[in-house]
Structures are given as structure tokens and as C-alpha cells.
Design a protein around this ligand. Structure first.
Ligand SMILES: Nc1nc2c(ncn2[C@@H]2O[C@H](COP(=O)(O)OP(=O)(O)OP(=O)(O)O)[C@@H](O)[C@H]2O)c(=O)[nH]1
Ligand SMILES: [Mg+2]
Length: 1088
């Protein structure tokens, strides 16, 4: 098949029933790009000899060098099967976990996915992650089990063993799908039940819950992968062959006259073929499996026979090649081309844009906690447009942009050298011939050497000049990166230059519809609605891997690139011609950006603006990278991992800033927390029984830690008075149980929604929260109650005052004041608000103080985690109502603090007056209270044993027995901990699961790779925070400790090392002795 013409593709774009939008998903290195190569080669875009070696879609240089894909890229292919022509919009995605955000951007635009699994490695962590991602976006997957050649070539399995091995892989994949399905059914069932209960139909919980009931009713049969269902292909992408059971069924049915339906059911399973009887028998001992035949390429005759019976012709140089693999691959790739097997499966099994499920549309249209039926009517009507996927002019245009990517201006079709047409080529040939002839003539007429060459060739230099002119123009343009929006049309037709609304993620169609006049269109240029902009689309492009083709219009159901949107879209956006269109739900990103580095140009004075501009561009071009300017003025880049960081830095250097930059060492995040007092000392002796040697010293130190205005009692209650002596507060810090901290971490979004609700209540508005979110909140509360039990936590959950930092963090403030009943944070769950509950004045200052205290702790100004502050005392001596004369002028600073503290309903007027009198020499009272609360929290925190928490990665390493020891060596050197080690069935590979502190992880992957000669390469995924057990402030106190560690106790304290590192970076005071007994050391050195 030759190169498909652009016209053909344009024609196909108008037939949504024959379009397949799909992406290739898999764990890293399972062969996505190699398979994509084979599919691309089937369209003649690259030569089939190079397929698998070229990795055409890995267009970046570093992708080629490192051998991993770093971005998702799309290509449109043509395929015909069963007399129908199909347009396949294929997106290749990266498998490395650092780039998992690119997978999210790809999955959003597709209706289906090819999930690849390596036949040897089986289901790996990223395989599970991508299956989940596909599931969350409601797209249908098909399976390709790749690298089957390795089963024969490397593992040397017999066909029976290979069958069992593959069967196991299928089971693993289906197990993942099954668990996704089960959790969904259970969720739906719970939802239904609660709806019934809500409607009053429930039996008050009398009935016994039968959780499996929902499962039995729901049909999940077509979810699973099974060769006889036609959703599995076995392939060896590198050799270009692959097949589905259907192909063999077809082949055998012709050969043996057995119906192919029967064959389909029996080719995969416990059956064998009795060749003589031409019958299929069950329960075979000797099974003749079709999918693996071992060729003996040495046996030339047999090869000839096989080739002729298959009708395959192989080029002479292949058959003579010394590597038998070349011949094998040449035969197989002609007999069973992988592209045919995969693309047939894709066309038959994956849905077209017309088959989009209503459920998926609703999910796309409902942002956050909103319900679909709460959306404005006009918005709900749009659902039909999605489902119909119509491309007539009356249909509203709906486009989603999932990412912006940068291309060099040279790569744009406008600036590219056009390939010559046939005529032009003939013309040039003619010119060259003329020139040649004249040259000949000139050399013959040797008497006229000085004569310039005749007229004819002059045309050429002319031509050349035009080219250089053009090149110059391109050079000028080169400085500019062009951004192209990676998008899909869901409804309507987009045209170049069309006017559209660009909707930001916070746009609310209800508000938009209210503000814009009835029946307004994009042509009216009305742009006063927040989060909505009006602009015209730039050029439209067909994405062809490394190339772009310009298009005039693109109908619904297609993936496309849109130029000229960089001023309107940062990373992703929804584009529509209808103001009723809601912004799509944000993409699900699996990776958390965690590696931060500070960046600086080599010559800051000269290049700072260039760096700032470059970082801005980088931010736009990468779905996951974050750039920010810290309070300290540093420019910080946050990335998902080391490989991602490297790519971002390269991009900055070479594309976006084009300057030399230097990056700091990664800034590692920590958390600060408190723990229960330990029962044993550092040498595992019980503390109570020991004689404390250094008690006196300690007590002295303890006292000197606190200023005079602060009192700390023996239970850790800190009492503090504001500077003007008007208020006294008492705070105690208590460590939260670990489960609670984890629960709060996991539910931060939910807590944020809840806090939004509470804030809007305070302002007298109500926010609609959907039933599902309410249930999750209820569930969160229930879980918190079950974890927080015992005397200490009595009714603590109901008394939660706030969460922090930023109002949704993993620390809580509890109201333990006698006689203050404030509205609960759980008020969204309450049907009615009790009247007795009102906010006390300055309630907000207490919250602000708590927020500040939890944002940066006393150890090294890192955020707190897992700490509960209980406010036990809050006395205020507020002066009486001031007289009129006390009023301050309007521009008095006292007015400022009104905005700071949101005042509860009813008392606002009173407070405004009070405030003015509270301004004393110490500044506004609310500010003092904030400061006092913050200080009190810090001292209360310090009164308890403090610990640092380190961010931890998990990693899975595959290694063979020989290198196992080395892997362990590297892990333990870097403070890693092995959680699990198991042998992969049927192989000699061990799988090691381990956790590793982020602080020790830099260069880890490289080191492992080097130490194991490239056999093991781990991927690090952020998993959780873990308390570092050593106390950074530890000094020996007991006799045993003195004996063990000596008086100075200068053995390495990991926590102290980390803490001082952070303090030093932040320019905080670091207490350490630099040189001790310097002379002695010098003499030691001499004696050596
Ligand atoms: N033996 C064998 N090797 C294969 C096969 N397919 C791919 N490979 C090899 O596997 C390695 C990874 O292939 P890629 O196509 O780059 O893998 P990928 O899934 O795109 O990797 P990422 O994009 O980095 O996630 C390459 O060295 C390929 O040569 C196959 O069918 N058999
Ligand atoms: Mg790849």
C-alpha cells in the first residue's frame, strides 16, 4: 500500500462511523513505539524494512538516544478491511512513569486503546496504571501480547509451556480488569441503595447486605480479554508479525472444512486438533497449538516448502543472511503481518466516535462535585450533540484541547519545503541535462575557458537564491517556538479562523448563560464573563507523527492540531461556539510532581528575562511540569521524576530559553510531625528504669527554649498571652494516629469541597453538592470517628475546627473550649443548623494562626503533617462598646484587617466598631491573635518529641538471580527497604518491591542499571510520607547511651543531617560545630 493521499484522509474524516481514535498504552519498553512503527509502515510512510528499528514516532533526539518515549504523538493512518475504508487516528504514549501525564492527555482524546503486554514480563505496575486510566476515561481496550518471539528465543519454552504462560498473562490482565469492574459495580450499588434510603424506601438497615448481588446482575462478559472474543492479538512487533485466533480459524476452516465458529471456540482452550480425523478433540494430552511453530531455519528444504505453502516470497539477501532470525522475520512478517492483525482487531472491536456512551459524556461534562441534572438545561441539551457527533454547520462546535506542544517553526507546513511535483522534477531534470550538455560542449571547445557558462543554467542559481531568501526568513522565525493544541472535535466542524469561546476550567455555564444575551454567538465579541475568552482559531493541522499537514476544516470525531492558540490556552481547555458548553472534567494525572530544582541562568544579569520567558513556555508545553517563583525569589521547576527533570532542562537549554542554565540539586520536600514519647532509649533500654545522667542539663535547655510570656506545663499545654495582654490562649499538640493522617491525605479534595461549602455558608450563600460527594464526606467522617477512639479523642471529630495548611492539609485544629459551640465543619451533612451555634468574634484569626503554623514548622520551616492542635483556652478581654468619637478615619490601617477576617453573620457591625478601639500600639487585634495562635502552636509542637517525615518512593525491580545481591547492595546503601521479593513464575526473574526515601533516590536508577549491567531498571513512583525514626534533637541522656555513643554522640544522625540541609538551604540558623580539636587532627594527619 502506498502513501495515502491527503485527499483520501480528508474524505475519511467525514465518515465518523469509520473513524477509530485510539492510543497505545503499556508499561515502559513493552514495545509500543515498535508496534506503532509496524502500523505506520503499513501505510508506506516508512519502509517496512525499517519498521521496528526507526521508532518513527520518537521524534526527539533524546527519545532516540535513551530509547524511551517521552511524549505522546499522533498519526493518522488508513486501513481497509471487509470492503470498508477506515481512518485510524493513532496516538503513541510513553510508558515511563515520569511521563504518565502524557498518557492522560492521550487517553482523553480516544475512544479505544491498544494495551500491550510483554509476553515475558507480564503485567507490570504501569500496565495496571494504564488499564485503570483507560477504565476511568471509559474507553475500550484491546490487548496485544507482544514479544512472543522471546518465549521461544529466550525462554526456550515448548509450545505447551508457552500456551500456559500466555494463559497466565491473560489471567493477570483480566484480574486487573475484574477488580476495576467489581469496585465500580459495588460503588453503583451503594449509590442506588442510598438513593432508595433517601426516598424513604429503606428498611432502616434491618436487611442483611448482600454485596455480591449487584455483581451477578451486571454483565461483564465482554469486558475481559480472550482470544476467542477477538480482542487479543499475539505479536512480535520487532519482527513485524502477529496474529489473532480469527485468522487461524479462517485459515483452518478453509483447509479442513470445519466451520470457523467452531474453530474459534476451540483454538484457544483445552482442545487439540486431530489432524488425521480432521476433528477437534477435547482434553488433549498432546496438544497441537497453532500459535507457535518452531522453524528450523537451517533446514533449507523445509524452509522452501513452508514458504511455498504459505505463498511467501523472500528477497534473496534475506534468505542468504547469516542471522537466521532475519529469514524467520521475513517469512513471518509477510505471512502474518502484525499491522493486519492489529488493525483488523481495532476496526472490528473498538468503538467509533458515534458509539460514545452517554455515561462517558456525562462524566466529561460534570466538573467536580456537580451533578449532571443540576447543569442548566441548555447544557444538558448539548449531550445530544456529543452523542450524535454531527458535522453539519448547525451543530455546536465542541473541542477539547488536552495539551499544548511546541514545534519548531521549521516544522510547520507553511515553512516547509514542498516536495517537488512530477512536472517540476521533469523540468529540473531537463535543466540539469542541458547544463551537462553545455559543460561537455564547453570542455570540448577548450579555447574558450574563461567564458562564463551559458544562459541555461542561470535559472538554477536564481532558484537557489530564492531558496536562501526563504531560508533566511525561516532563520528569523526560528527563535519562535510555535505551540499547537493537541485536540479532538466532539461535535460540529471546526474551520480555520473560526470564532470560538475558550472556556477555562472554572467557567460556569449557568453564569455564562445568564450574563450573555439570549442567542448570542461568538461573532458578537462579548467577553465579560469570567473564565471565558473569545478568539479565532489559527491553522488546523492533521497530525502525522513528525509532520503536520495543513487542513481547512475538521469534522467531528477527529483528532487534530490547532495553531495560534498559545495566547489563550495554557495547558488544556475546552473550546466551543456555545456558551452553554461546560468545561470538561480535568485530566486525571497519576504522577505527582515531586522533584524540585531551583534554576538560574549562567549569567543572571544578562539572561534572566530569557529564562523567565523560557520557563513560561516550558510550563505551557508540558502537561505536568510546574514552574513557580518562590517567596525567596528563586525560580523553581517541579517535575515528576529524574528523567522528566532532565528532559525539561534540556528543553529549556535548547528550545525555550536557549541559554546556559544551572540547576540546583533537587530540593527534597520534608514534613514535620510529632510522635508519642518513646518508651525505650536509643540502645533499646527501657527509659523508666534508667538513671538519667543529663537530666539537669536537659531541663535547663528546655526552659531556655521558651520566652517568658509562654508557659508550658508538664502535659505539654502551652499558654500564651498576646502582646497587649488582652487575650490568652492555651494550645496542646497531639500526634494524630497514622491512619487518620493517611485518610486526610487521601481525601484532601473532599475536604477542600467541604471547606468551600462552609465558606459560602459563612457568606450567606449555599453551594450545591451532589449526593455522591455528600456520601463520601459522610464516609470520611465515619472513618475518622472509627480511627479516633479513646478518651483523648472523645467527640473530637465533631469538634474539628479546621484542617490545615491551606484548609485541606493533613493536620487538624480541635475546639476543646468549654462553652463555645461553633458551626461544625461537617455542616454540609446536617439537614438543619442549630441556632445555638454561632461564630465567636475573631474565630477566623484563630484559624489563620493555625494555618500559618501548619504551613511551616519550627524544625526547618517545612509543612506539618499528622498533628492535632487542641485549643483548650481562649480568654479575651474585649473592651466595651466604644463611643462614636473613637471611630477612626477610613484610611486607617485598622480597616485592612476586616478583609482578613471573615466575620460571622450578625456580628459584623459590632465588630467593625470594636476593631477601631482595639488598635493599640501593637497593631490590630486580629493580627495579634493570629500571631499568638501561630506561636502557641509552634511552642506546643516543640513541647512534644519532634520528628521529620521523608517522602518515599516505591519501586519494583526485576532482576535475575546473579545480580540480586548487587540490587540489594544499592538499596541498602540508599536506606531503601525491601518489602517483598518473589520469583516470577516460569522465569528466573525475581521481582523486588522496595521503598526508598526520595532524598536518597537521585541517581538510583542509573546506579542500579550500572551495577547490574543494564539488567534491572527500576521506576520510582511517589507513594507516601514516612516518619524518620531518629530524633534530630537527640543527645545522650541515659547512662547506657553515654556508654554506647560517647558524650558527644557524633555518629551520624540521619534526621539531623536532613534537617540541617534544609535549614542551610533556606538560610536559617544551623547549630553545628565545624572543627573540633583542630590541632589534634592536624597532628593525626602528619603521623599518617
Ligand atoms: N524481542 C523483542 N523485542 C521487542 C519486540 N518489540 C519491541 N522490542 C524491543 O523492546 C524495546 C522497547 O521497544 P519500544 O517500542 O521502544 O518500547 P516502548 O513501549 O515504546 O517504550 P516506551 O515508549 O519507552 O515506554 C526495544 O529495544 C525493542 O527493540 C518484540 O516483539 N520482540
Ligand atoms: Mg515508546
Amino acid at each position: 500500500m502506498g502513501h495515502t493521499s491527503l485527499d483520501k484522509i480528508i474524505a475519511l474524516q467525514n465518515k465518523p462511523a469509520n473513524i477509530r481514535n485510539l492510543c497505545i498504552l503499556a508499561h515502559v519498553d513493552h514495545g509500543k513505539t515498535t508496534l506503532a512503527d509496524c502500523l505506520v509502515a503499513s501505510n508506506g510512510i516508512i519502509s517496512s524494512r525499517l519498521a521496528g528499528k526507526l521508532r518513527y514516532l520518537d521524534s526527539r533526539e533524546d527519545e532516540q538516544i535513551r530509547g524511551i518515549t517521552m511524549k505522546s504523538s499522533a498519526i493518522s493512518l488508513h486501513y481497509s478491511v471487509g470492503g470498508e475504508d477506515y481512518l485510524i487516528n493513532l496516538i503513541d504514549s510513553p510508558g515511563h512513569v515520569d511521563f504518565s501525564s502524557e498518557v492522560s492527555t492521550a487517553v482523553r482524546l480516544c475512544d479505544g486503546a491498544i494495551v500491550i503486554v510483554d509476553a515475558v514480563e507480564g503485567v507490570c505496575p504501569q500496565t495496571q496504571a494504564v488499564l485503570r486510566q483507560a477504565w476511568l476515561e471509559n474507553i475500550r481496550p484491546v490487548l496485544v501480547i507482544n514479544k512472543i518471539d522471546r518465549l521461544i528465543g529466550e525462554l526456550k519454552l515448548t509450545s505447551q509451556e508457552a500456551y500456559t504462560h500466555l494463559q497466565k498473562i491473560l489471567e493477570q490482565v483480566n484480574a486487573v480488569t475484574g477488580s476495576l469492574f467489581t469496585s465500580k459495580v459495588l460503588e453503583e450499588r451503594a449509590e442506588k441503595d442510598s438513593e432508595v434510603r433517601e426516598a424513604g424506601g429503606g428498611d432502616n438497615g434491618e436487611q442483611v447486605y448482600d454485596w455480591s448481588a449487584g455483581l451477578e446482575e451486571s454483565d461483564d462478559s465482554d469486558l475481559y480479554f480472550s482470544p476467542d472474543q477477538g480482542n487479543v492479538v499475539f505479536a512480535s512487533a520487532i519482527d513485524g508479525w502477529g496474529f489473532s485466533i480469527h485468522q487461524f480459524a479462517h485459515m483452518y476452516s478453509q483447509k479442513m472444512g470445519i466451520r470457523s465458529e467452531v474453530l474459534l471456540k476451540t483454538l484457544w482452550g483445552d482442545f487439540y486438533l486431530n489432524a488425521k480425523a480432521k476433528k477437534i478433540m477435547k482434553g488433549a494430552q498432546v496438544r497441537q497449538r497453532v500459535f507457535i511453530r518452531q522453524f528450523d531455519t537451517e533446514d533449507k528444504e523445509k524452509v522452501e516448502k513452508v514458504m511455498s505453502s504459505l505463498g511467501v516470497k523472500v528477497a534473496a539477501r534475506d534468505s542468504r543472511h547469516s542471522d537466521p532470525r532475519v529469514l524467520l522475520s521475513a517469512i513471518c512478517s509477510q505471512w502474518l503481518p502484525v499491522s493486519q492483525a492489529v488493525l483488523t482487531m481495532v476496526c472490528n472491536r473498538l468503538p467509533s466516535p458515534l458509539d460514545m456512551a452517554a455515561e462517558r459524556v456525562e462524566k466529561l461534562m460534570c466538573v467536580g462535585a456537580r451533578r449532571f441534572d443540576c447543569l442548566p438545561e441548555k447544557t444538558q441539551e448539548l449531550k445530544r450533540a456529543f452523542l450524535e457527533c454531527k458535522s453539519d454547520t448547525s451543530a455546536p462546535v465542541v473541542v477539547f484541547v488536552s495539551k499544548m506542544f511546541a514545534v519548531d517553526s521549521k516544522a510547520l507546513p507553511q515553512n516547509k519545503q514542498r516536495p517537488l511535483t512530477q512536472e517540476e522534477m521533469a523540468q529540473r531534470r531537463e535543466l540539469a541535462r542541458q547544463r551537462h550538455a553545455e559543460k561537455l560542449a564547453a570542455s570540448q571547445a577548450a579555447d574558450a575557458p574563461a567564458q562564463p557558462l551559458s544562459q541555461g543554467p542561470d535559472v538554477l542559481p536564481d532558484h537557489g537564491e530564492a531558496m536562501t531568501l526563504k531560508a533566511n526568513k525561516v532563520d528569523e522565525e526560528e527563535g519562535k517556538e510555535h505551540f499547537i493544541a493537541f485536540a479532538r472535535v466532539y461535535s460540529g466542524v471546526v474551520r480555520k479562523g473560526q470564532k470560538v469561546f475558550v472556556l477555562g476550567p472554572k467557567y460556569d455555564p449557568a453564569e455564562g448563560l445568564k450574563k450573555l444575551p439570549e442567542g448570542c454567538s461568538t461573532a458578537d465579541d462579548l467577553c465579560t464573563v469570567p473564565h471565558m475568552a473569545c478568539c479565532s482559531l489559527g491553522s488546523l493541522y492533521l497530525l502525522m507523527g513528525r509532520e503536520l499537514e495543513e487542513l481547512e476544516e475538521v469534522p467531528a470525531g477527529n483528532v487534530l492540531g490547532i495553531g495560534g492558540m498559545e495566547d489563550w490556552i495554557l495547558k488544556s481547555a475546552t473550546i466551543s461556539t456555545s456558551p452553554a458548553c461546560p468545561p470538561f472534567t480535568p485530566l486525571n494525572f497519576e504522577a505527582t510532581p515531586i522533584v524540585r530544582v531551583a534554576i538560574e541562568p549562567k549569567h543572571p544579569s544578562k539572561y534572566m528575562p530569557k529564562l523567565v520567558r523560557g520557563m513560561k513556555l516550558l510550563n505551557q508545553a508540558d502537561p505536568c511540569a510546574e514552574v513557580l517563583i518562590q517567596e525567596t525569589g528563586e525560580h523553581v521547576l517541579v517535575t515528576a521524576g529524574e528523567v522528566h527533570l532532565q528532559r525539561c532542562l534540556d528543553d529549556l537549554r535548547e528550545r525555550f530559553a536557549k541559554i546556559e542554565i544551572s540547576a540546583s540539586k533537587p530540593i527534597i520536600p520534608f514534613r514535620e510531625t510529632i510522635v508519642r514519647p518513646p518508651k525505650v532509649d536509643m540502645v533499646n533500654e527501657e527509659l523508666g528504669k534508667q538513671q538519667k545522667v543529663a537530666v539537669i542539663r536537659q531541663v535547663k535547655e528546655e526552659q531556655s527554649k521558651y520566652p517568658e510570656t509562654v508557659q508550658v506545663d508538664s502535659t505539654g499545654l502551652v499558654t500564651l498571652t498576646t502582646a497587649n495582654r488582652m487575650a490568652t490562649i492555651g494550645v496542646r499538640a497531639i500526634p494524630l494516629p497514622e491512619e487518620v493522617t493517611q485518610l486526610l491525605e487521601a481525601n484532601s479534595d473532599l475536604i477542600r469541597t467541604m471547606e468551600l461549602f462552609n465558606l459560602s455558608m459563612k457568606e450567606g450563600k449555599t453551594l450545591e453538592i451532589n449526593q455522591k460527594t455528600l456520601e463520601s464526606i459522610q464516609d470520611l467522617k465515619r472513618k475518622l470517628e472509627s480511627y479516633m477512639q479513646g478518651r483523648k479523642w472523645r467527640s473530637a471529630v465533631n469538634r474539628i475546627w479546621s484542617f490545615g495548611p491551606r484548609r485541606y492539609g493533613p493536620n487538624i485544629l480541635v475546639n476543646n473550649l468549654e462553652g463555645y459551640r461553633r458551626p461544625s465543619v461537617w455542616q454540609c451533612l446536617e439537614k438543619e443548623r442549630s441556632r445555638a451555634e454561632t461564630y465567636r468574634e475573631f474565630d477566623n484569626s484563630i484559624v489563620s494562626g493555625f494555618q500559618l503554623a501548619t504551613l511551616s514548622g519550627p524544625m526547618c520551616e517545612e509543612p506539618l503533617m499528622g498533628v492535632c492542635f487542641s485549643l483548650e483556652k481562649w480568654d479575651m478581654k474585649l473592651p466595651r462598646q466604644p463611643s462614636e468619637g473613637d471611630r477612626v478615619s477610613p484610611d486607617d490601617p485598622a480597616r485592612l484587617d476586616q478583609s482578613e477576617s471573615v466575620v460571622p453573620t450578625g456580628s459584623s457591625e459590632g465588630k467593625r466598631r470594636n476593631n477601631s478601639s482595639l488598635v493599640d500600639c501593637y497593631g490590630p487585634f486580629s493580627g495579634q491573635l493570629i500571631a499568638a495562635m501561630k506561636e502557641a502552636c509552634r511552642y506546643a509542637f516543640q513541647a512534644k518529641p519532634q520528628r521529620l517525615m521523608a517522602a518515599m518512593y516505591t519501586c519494583e525491580i526485576m532482576a535475575t538471580a546473579e545480580v540480586l545481591g548487587r540490587v540489594y547492595g544499592v538499596l541498602s546503601k540508599r536506606e531503601g527497604r525491601v518489602l517483598q521479593e518473589e520469583m516470577k513464575e516460569g522465569t528466573e526473574v525475581f521481582i523486588i518491591k522496595a521503598v526508598l526515601p526520595v532524598a536518597e533516590s537521585f541517581g538510583f536508577a542509573d546506579e542500579i542499571r550500572k551495577r547490574t549491567s543494564g539488567l534491572a531498571s527500576p521506576q520510582l513512583i511517589f507513594s507516601h510520607w514516612e516518619v524518620i525514626s531518629s530524633d534530630p534533637f537527640w543527645v545522650p541522656t541515659t547512662e547506657e547511651e553515654y556508654l554506647h555513643f560517647g558524650e558527644k554522640a557524633d555518629s551520624i544522625n540521619q534526621a539531623l543531617k536532613y534537617m540541617n540541609g534544609v535549614r542551610r538551604r533556606k538560610g536559617l540558623y544551623v547549630e553545628e560545630k565545624i572543627v573540633e580539636h583542630a590541632e589534634k587532627q592536624r597532628t593525626l594527619g602528619k603521623n599518617k
